[in-house]
Design a protein around this ligand. Structure first.
Ligand code: ADP
Length: 495
């Protein structure tokens, strides 16, 4: 459909150019011939020839200036859905009128995605969240008639290899719309203004192909907070991105999905309402997800792999590293000229990944237990859902936080460390970021808001409160730890 129309666009552009160029070349050749032999050619065929060439040139120019209409006509004849039936039609026509030929001719092209949600194993909650976007792209009228606008931007936040790109492709595939992929780094150019131009081109093309998905991978490369130091090119690019996101309406049919590993470095302006106001956290796969992913990759393979055991032994693997693991194991199988993949192949592959170039942190049982106590204590104190590899629990975030709320946030930071200390009767170095965050809040309490006398005293008091609370509830923490060991996630109902 829209991919088809892209192809038509490209061919038309080429034809227009070819016609104009050939007419001009012919004219020059003709004039040159006349000039060389002007004395001899003076009969009617001369006037006929030059008249014909002028008609040809005029025709090419008329076509060139009306190429939008011609394109629309041809597409409508071919039944192009994006033009005839689209609920995004008006926006499309408007954006066409604004689009310069430069942009139409840019090399940014959409691909059609053949990935669907079936190819994305596990992470069912994330798929559910994005199903709404797919439905909107499939049946915009259902939403538009109630005046509902979907968020323009969805930000997928998570470590590398957890399937952020795959999910975005699956959304495009499910909705059967063109997929425009750009990495944030590709916008960062040497010459000032080039990045901004590319952003403009990307959005213009996407609007022309609406409904469409624009995917910007590693958006932090361009969306880093604007610092005092000057980096004109990156700032110009970021500003253009902000302008473009403001410049289209939620009913334009373009949905921007961006991915980042470092949401904390993103410029606040990007996260403001009307831009990437929907955020979806994609964490490392939990044990159930890993089972689904392994099943997917072992489907139709001849194997004797105990998937349950392997899912249990691959704590800390991203989805991408699971895919690599199975691939490496299959290579081992081929090397030993066998026809059935077995656990030995998996072990060899695992060692290769663990000690080889692509180092993956594989936790042994003791490490997994410590991490489970750490996260169980955090879940218990914050009363919120926590997964085994979550970096921090969500903080209370009110506009005018009270002293009590600020102290609660410090508790949420320190709960994990103190929980392990209480249960294991020993201090463990687990996550230094907890301390940094706790001290930063305590510093705000003392220095910014003058709510307390000393940072050290405040932290010590909170640590003591946590020790008392967690020792009193040690049995509960042990119970939550076991849930975490089994499921790699503690839900609110478990607490
Ligand atoms: P990210 O964008 O988060 O870095 P990708 O989407 O590029 O990760 O994932 C890399 C590869 O890992 C994918 O091409 C796919 O082979 C595999 N993969 C990731 N997540 C999943 C998943 N949920 N199910 C199946 N395969 C996955």
């Amino acid at each position: 459909m829209s991919q088809n129309s892209n192809k038509i666009d490209k061919n038309l552009d080429k034809n227009f150019k070819l016609m104009a160029i050939s007419a001009i070349v012919l004219l020059i050749l003709f004039l040159y011939t006349i000039y060389k032999s002007s004395a001899h050619i003076q009969n009617s065929s001369y006037y006929l020839g030059i008249g014909f060439l002028f008609i040809l040139l005029g025709f090419a120019l008329v076509l060139k200036f009306n190429q939008e209409k011609v394109r629309d006509y041809i597409q409508s004849k071919r039944g192009g859905k994006s033009i005839k039936n689209s609920a995004f039609n008006e926006e499309l026509v408007k954006s066409r009128a604004q689009t310069s030929n430069d942009i139409l001719n840019s090399d940014i092209q959409a691909v059609s995605s053949n990935v669907t949600f079936k190819d994305v194993a596990g992470i069912s909650e994330i798929k559910e969240e994005l199903e709404e976007v797919v439905d909107f792209l499939n049946e915009p009228k259902k939403y538009l008639k109630h005046g509902i606008k979907l968020p323009k931007g969805v930000l997928l936040v998570g470590p590398p290899g957890v399937g952020k790109t795959l999910i975005a492709r699956a959304v495009a595939g499910e909705a059967d719309v063109p997929f425009f992929y750009q990495s944030g780094a590709s916008f960062v150019q040497i010459y000032v203004g080039m990045g901004a131009k590319k952003v403009r081109e990307l959005f213009a093309k996407a609007k022309l192909s609406a409904p469409a998905i624009v995917f910007i991978d590693e958006i932090d490369a361009v969306g880093k907070a604007r610092s005092g130091k000057s980096n004109d090119e990156r700032e110009a690019t970021l500003n253009e991105l902000l302008t473009q996101m403001d410049g289209f309406e939620g009913d334009s049919g373009v949905i921007v999905i961006a991915a980042t590993n470092k949401i904390e470095v993103l410029d606040d302006a990007l996260l403001r309402a009307g831009r990437f106001d929907r955020r979806v956290h994609v964490g490392l796969p939990n044990i159930e997800d890993r089972k689904r992913i392994l099943e997917l990759y072992l489907k139709e393979k001849n194997h004797e792999v105990n998937i349950d055991k392997l899912a249990n032994d691959t704590t800390g693997f991203s989805s991408a590293s699971l895919a690599t693991l199975i691939n490496e194991a299959l290579l081992c199988m081929i090397k030993r000229e066998a026809k059935v993949l077995d656990m030995d192949d998996i072990e060899v592959a695992k060692n290769k990944l663990e000690f080889g170039k692509k180092q993956i942190k594989i936790l042994d049982d003791k490490q997994k237990e410590i991490l489970s106590i750490y996260q169980a204590s955090k879940a218990f104190i914050s009363k919120s859902k926590v997964a085994l590899f979550d970096e921090s629990v969500e903080k209370l975030n009110s506009t005018y936080p009270s002293y009590h709320e600020l102290c609660q946030n410090i508790k949420r930071d320190l709960a994990g460390i103190i929980g392990v200390e209480v249960i294991k009767k020993e201090k463990y170095a687990i996550n230094h970021k907890d301390l940094e965050s706790a001290y930063s809040t305590a510093k705000d309490i003392v220095e910014k808001y003058k709510m307390s006398g000393s940072v050290e005293e405040l932290i010590t008091n909170i640590k003591n409160e946590l020790r008392a609370d967690l020792s009193h509830n040690a049995a509960n923490i042990e119970r939550l730890k076991n849930i975490m060991l089994e499921n790699e996630v503690i839900n609110v109902e478990d607490i």
